[in-house]
Design a binder for this molecule. Structure first.
Ligand code: FEO
Ligand code: CA
Ligand code: CA
Ligand code: CA
Length: 682
């Protein structure tokens, strides 16, 4: 393949390849704003001393592991989660790696085929108008596949061979790419309403195709669009709180819509969780809020300044902080969707706290307790977990579903504190300390929610409702560890170990900012790292190690768990994680700082090849790889923001994927399969 020397990689924050337009619309220019976390964190040395005093640091403390998730998935009929094939070390990564490139295509290994499963504007609801880029309407958008697909979850339909429900989130709208002649200073009401309808999630039935791994969408009874105006039910300790009451909803229990749904997770009971991430950017006029305490809390969530990027406050007062200061408190949660009932109200779970949730992913222990892990994707923010009080009920019947959909209402929320084993050896260069990057950790209790829905705070000076709504401030108070942008978590169904993508943090070690530590070992970290936790899932202690310190393998500051660096693919900015049926970790990237298109990588975790990293695919120009699903027969990715670049316009698109010719780029879900119909990577 020829590598075209395109000027694609406009630098973002002076480091990664993300374009300014992506920064502006995806995360509200989070990297250009002051870091919201200015709290005084505890230093590692102090924590080590304190844990030692409590006798918590001992060599070789065995973590109790349970791997109930795989069996729960099996109980739900998910034959993709565990085929029973354990394979030899490296099974599932048997493909020729794709080289870094700048193609305007989904580039897959030799011997694989692909197609677009569903595109922005394709009908989700039967009867939806055909997509016409030049004639979009709010009513059409509310029935079509939304913009900027991110998370993808595939749920088998019970008793129906090779039929599934695909649930996809639509993180954000990019108005200058969606509308010809868009005027960012004066958007129209119609553009505002189309943008509302283009957010949220899509639920689409998909069917396998005989003789290949291809999947095609159909109109079925589950098909549904959830948008920024769909009614949600609020649950947990903040439901009905004064902090959530608005003029339109004096009960504080019903919210219209979900925003900036980034990644998520499929629960073993057959629902989908989705993280409301950069919700801050949709609210205008923070600078006019006069209450100093409210302004301080807004600022901790990155909410400041005048007009919002999209000017939604021009059309609906709930987006204007001077008219409705509490509406913003109703976003930033983990939401749960029951895809099996298209009329069910989705839920916002306040017991899991409010922050820029990248996602939430579930692990079920052997006794049926549910653990939900979630990262707060902001530079120097925290990692959390929620442990349920109730046990999951097996099966997918109506009564099990009713019970299981209340599991995230009752339990305990924790935030993570990490210590390094070799603090003295960490100098910010990324130099590997003796024995690798390793350490211990503690989960600090923040909030317990009881059977009556009432919370109990464990944070001095904060009520339970405040901990649920201003969770970042609770984390500050207990001295949680400031991480390099925690994104997706994923638990290995084979071993129970938990993996966390830490995407990057170019402010680490800057003057006045927190310096490197063993879990975040590089100054001005532009390529990110992947953390492996050995967690006593329901307990409060864990150990950790860094699996990967990402970047150009030829660079001294990268680390692949000791695997030969001359034999790995370059990888930068890990974002979403997924497991294949053999226990290999798959990582999709966002904002590759190595001058290539973003990609999807398979990483061997166990055996002599631990750390071996191979690129399976790359996405088209300007795009981000999201939502990976790895089944025995398919690799499914969301291609988010293809063609998004500061040089691109509707009249001069950077990408014409997926329709080719001179068409506009369309965020789409793609499916890849092996030509002979065989197993992926085998
Ligand atoms: Fe939407 Fe943290 O990526
Ligand atoms: Ca993400
Ligand atoms: Ca994931
Ligand atoms: Ca990201």
């Amino acid at each position: 393949m020829s590598l075209k020397p395109l000027a694609l990689f406009v630098t973002h924050d002076g480091q990664s390849s993300r374009s300014a337009i992506t920064c502006e619309y995806k995360c509200g220019n989070a990297c250009f704003h002051e870091v919201p976390n200015t709290s005084d964190g505890e230093y590692f040395g102090d924590i080590v001393a304190r844990l030692n005093r409590r006798g918590l640091i001992k060599g070789g403390a065995a973590a109790v592991l349970a791997v109930g998730a795989a069996s729960m998935l099996a109980a739900c009929g998910d034959d993709s989660s565990d085929t029973g094939s354990t394979g030899s070390p490296g099974t599932g990564t048997g493909f020729t790696p794709v080289a870094p490139n700048k193609e305007d295509a989904v580039v897959v290994p030799e011997g694989y085929e692909q197609s677009v499963l569903i595109r922005w504007g394709d009908a989700v609801i039967e009867g939806a108008p055909a997509f016409d880029f030049e004639k979009q309407t709010p009513a059409a958008a509310a029935q079509q596949f939304g913009y900027n697909c991110d998370f993808a979850g595939l749920l088998p339909i019970e008793g129906e061979a090779d039929k599934y429900v695909l649930v996809v989130s639509h993180e954000y709208s990019t108005e200058p790419m969606m509308f010809r002649g868009y005027n960012k200073d004066a958007p129209t009401r119609e553009q505002f309403e189309i943008a509302l309808a283009s957010h949220g999630l899509s639920v689409v039935e998909v069917h396998g195709q005989a003789g290949s791994g291809q999947l095609k969408p159909v109109f079925g009874k589950y098909n549904r669009r959830i948008t920024a105006t769909t009614e949600f039910e609020v649950r947990g300790p903040a439901a009905g709180s004064a902090l959530l009451k608005t003029k339109a909803d004096p009960t504080g229990t019903k919210v219209l819509g979900t925003l900036n749904n980034c990644s998520g997770g499929v629960t073993p009971w057959g629902t989908v969780l989705s993280g409301e991430e950069n919700f801050n950017q949709y609210f205008g006029n923070a600078e006019k809020v006069t209450d100093a305490d409210v302004a301080k809390k807004l600022k901790r969530y990155g909410i400041e300044g005048g007009a919002s990027e999209r000017r939604w406050e021009n059309f609906d007062p709930r987006f204007d902080l001077t008219q409705e200061v509490n509406e913003v408190n109703r976003f930033g949660y983990v939401v749960e969707v029951n895809p099996w009932d298209a009329s069910s109200a989705p839920v916002k779970h306040t017991a899991l706290g409010r922050f820029k949730h990248e996602a939430a992913t579930i692990h079920v222990t052997a006794d049926g307790s549910v653990v939900a892990y979630s990262g707060d994707d902001e530079r120097f923010d925290y990692m959390y977990k929620f442990v349920s009080a109730k046990k999951v009920q097996p099966g997918v019947g109506a009564s099990s579903m009713r019970h299981n959909m209340t599991i995230l209402d009752e339990g305990t929320l924790y935030v993570a504190k990490l210590t390094g084993d070799h603090a003295a050896e960490i100098d910010g260069s990324g130099k590997v300390p003796t024995g690798g990057f390793t350490g211990k950790g503690e989960w600090i209790r923040l909030l317990e929610t009881g059977a009556d829905g009432k919370g109990k705070s464990f944070v001095d000076g904060m009520s339970a409702e405040e901990v649920a709504v201003f969770t970042r401030l609770a984390g500050d108070k207990v001295g949680a560890t400031k991480m390099d942008r925690p994104e997706d978590f994923e638990t290995n169904p084979k071993t129970g170990k938990v993996y966390v993508a830490l995407t990057n943090n170019t402010k680490r070690g800057e003057e006045g900012k927190p310096g490197p530590d063993e879990a975040n070992p590089r100054k001005l970290n532009k390529n990110g790292q992947v953390l492996e936790l050995t967690d006593n899932h329901t307990g409060t202690e864990f150990t950790w190690t860094l699996l990967l310190v990402c970047g150009d393998p030829a660079a001294a500051d990268t680390y692949f768990s000791g695997f030969d660096k001359s034999k790995v693919s370059p990888i930068s900015c890990p974002d979403n994680l997924a497991f294949d049926p053999y226990g290999n970790l798959w990582i999709s990237t966002d904002g590759n700082a190595l001058k290539s298109n973003d990609g999807l990588f398979a990483v061997v975790l166990d055996g002599p090849n631990r750390g071996e990293t191979k690129q399976f695919l790359t996405v088209p120009r300007g795009g981000e790889t999201c939502g990976p699903i790895i089944t025995e027969k398919q690799v499914i990715v969301s291609v988010q923001h293809p063609g998004e670049s500061d040089d691109a316009t509707v009249d001069k698109p950077l990408s014409n994927w997926p329709d080719g010719g001179t068409t506009q780029p369309r965020p789409s879900v793609a499916v890849v399969w092996k030509k002979n119909g065989g197993r992926i990577g085998v």
